[in-house]
Design a protein around this ligand. Sequence first.
Ligand code: ASP
Ligand code: MG
Length: 454
Amino acid sequence: MTDNHHSCNNMKVLKFGGTSVGSAERIRNVARLISGRGQNIVVLSAMSGTTNTLVEISDYLYKHNVNGAKEIINDLERKYRQVVALLFTDVEVRMEADEEVAAIFSLLRSLARDSFTSFEEREILAQGELLSTKLMHLYLRESGINSGFLPALEYMRTDKNGEADMDYIRVHLRALLEENPDADLYITQGYICRNAYGETDNLRRGGSDLTASLIGAALMAKEIEIWTDIDGMHNNDPRFVEGTTPVAELHFDEAAELAYFGAKILHPTCVLPAKVNNIPVRLLNTMEPSARGTLIHNVDTSGSIKAVAAKDDIIAIKIKSSRMMLASGFMHRVFEIFDNYKRPIDMIATSEVGVSVTVDSPLKLEHIVDELREIGTVTIDRDMVIICVVGDLEWHNKGFEAEALAALHDIPVRMISYGGSNYNISFLVSKEDKIPALRALQKRLFGNHDNIAD
Ligand code: ASP
Ligand code: MG
């Protein structure tokens, strides 16, 4: 497809989460952040709390409590009326905003009926992003900014497998941009889409990041910015460790490792379209817009340890092979048992006489252990924590894994996993040792003394 008006690859996608647009004041703040930066596409979540409230309304309706649902709808409408009153100064624009809000709430009331299915539920869940984007669009207009409104329901689409329909998205999004080539910037809804049958649907909770990533991929955008109220991904857990700092740069694979280990800023599946299309993702903070945040891309920055993360509530299971020592098929049998119960294994450590694995939930554990006892002696350690060190751990490099191990010299370590990727080494420790381990690693890897990572 040729670009006459748009050189999309100069565009950026700027995504703002629910707290970033959570009040009239925050909406104004975002408007300042997005204006004067060129023709970018701005993706908004619903105002914070709204999606949860819409879920609650649906729950009442599933239980056939229509009056209960309507009361919550009324409360929510009052909240939006207040936002409108605070946000707009121009009387005409305010009236228009009031009408938009009224229309959405009368739609919500019409969906609040006794015969309630997932069809109505998905319509209800879509209203949060429609509200936030309409308010932003009108506020920009009041501020003299010509924003183009891109209705996500006209281009964001999933196929019969529930996967993003990239071709559809590309064609329809570009067509919408061509319709309004002179806009200063564009506003669109995160999270919402249509499914293969044309019904209103969504990309699951937290789906606005996926929207941003899909738009970035569809337009081959220059960069995707994910704005939250944290200054990027930190090098350790600030709840337990003092002196953590934002990580300047991460490889997508490092970010994926960290996401599993509880760094909840970005879900790996949400950034997959960006990763495979080689579009950098930058995490930025609306409360501190000039901070450099964290850049996530496909570039390896060798020679440094980037971050430490932990995952709680891990169960370690050791299976010591009795008769089948050295026999082939033992490992296969172990994995098969977990697989039969659809329980994923996280860490693995093996020796000639046995294997230790971890799971992050006790689901089906009794059955699994029962079957494992047929092939070996089983020992279980509960309340364990995986401590994951992420960075340049490509095996040829010397010293990094040694540094991590050295940091833990006073801490009993139950399992170690290294070499599964170029980016991490993981340790399993008991719950009581989690905070001491995180602090010891912080001090040794990122402390004031000379860091081998520098
Ligand atoms: N509003 C949706 C949610 O709260 C989508 C998002 O914010 O990413 O899950
Ligand atoms: Mg090495």
